[in-house]
Design a protein around this ligand. Sequence first.
Ligand code: LLP
Length: 402
Amino acid sequence: MVDFSSLAQKYGSPLYVYDFDVITQKFTVLKEAFKARKSLICFAAKANSNLSVLKHIAKLGAGCDCVSIGEVKRALHVGIPKYKIIFSGVGKRDDEIEEALKNDILMINLESEEEMGRVEMIAQKLGVIARISIRVNPNIDAKTHPYISTGLHENKFGVDIDSAKRMYIHAKNSTSLDPVGIHFHIGSQITEVEPFREAALVLANLVRNLKSLKIDIKFFDVGGGVGIQYKDETTIPLYDYAQAIFSALSGLDVTLVCEPGRYLVGDCGYFLTRVLYEKNNGFKRFVIVDGAMNDLIRPSLYGAYHEIEVYGKENAQETSLADVVGPICESGDFFAKNIELPSLEHDDLLVVKSAGAYGFTMSSNYNSRSRVAEVALEEGEDRLIRQRESFEDLIALERKYL
Ligand code: LLP
């Protein structure tokens, strides 16, 4: 067990802590599952884009899946080779497309015919050939939370198969586009293999179809989406996941690309927060902590469950139901509802688990709260990887008022 108490004392609270050895372990298992084929693991930077996390992932040999030019620049900044960087996202601006093309990254994942038109025009203007991939929406239910389900026609992502085919034919005939990849991403926190298998089969058939049109797809990108265990979910054995994709790809000579976010960094992260007060209004027990929804919004936004332990009181016998809430002026500001907790005192430390993905990256300065510090653990050592914001940081970009 990590000595969270010393970490909170040393770096203050609230605090994010990431165990880099867990990331290494997760990466190794995934790479091993894919070893029968050429593969490229592109970490979805949106899950955790701290430079030190990206650097650690770069050292493991992974690339990066980016959804803004900011993420592309972060990836380049830590030395991820340009040929391992993918630029995805449903709405890329012209300036973002231009910069991605100038940086000669591996490929741009297109999400509409309109976007292809812009990329073609900008590539032509720059005198370059844009390597592109098309995100196909296979209309498959990933059976996850509606907010993080992306593979149905009711979702805004990608294009249907017929449009994709049209786009590939157009791209093949264009002097400024090179259609090198195909892509799907059907959702996040998926806990069954079946939706992946179905999507891979649909897209692999399209690849075969394109081959007969002399369009040779080199990169088969299966997106991210592999879930982790927050509570009692079953998780997908990665061997089965890989095999399902491999069997769909049989006979095709493609490099498998995968864009895991949560799988790689979810379990490595802990959010530490201290108890400020206990309050009981006669109806309900509230534990008020110093962290809030601006630091970790997943419970508020998705009703997501994160296990919470009280450091040093994990085995307490006497417990009662409580809501764990933050100081923000919103009823939605909570980390947990109706969980069993021992009686708590000022400064007791709560450890919110599985907080490494979509924790800090979704944080904000709401209520003029400074973003918290981030700490890495690696081979028994801890180090600060982002310092806590100060009041000066909070107001740094605002102009002097008159
Ligand atoms: N690739 C694409 C194109 C994506 O849109 C995403 C996530 C990923 C890869 C990585 O997915 P993952 O392996 O992490 O499931 N904020 C939400 C999750 C949003 C996911 C958005 N896209 C949450 O906290 O649950």
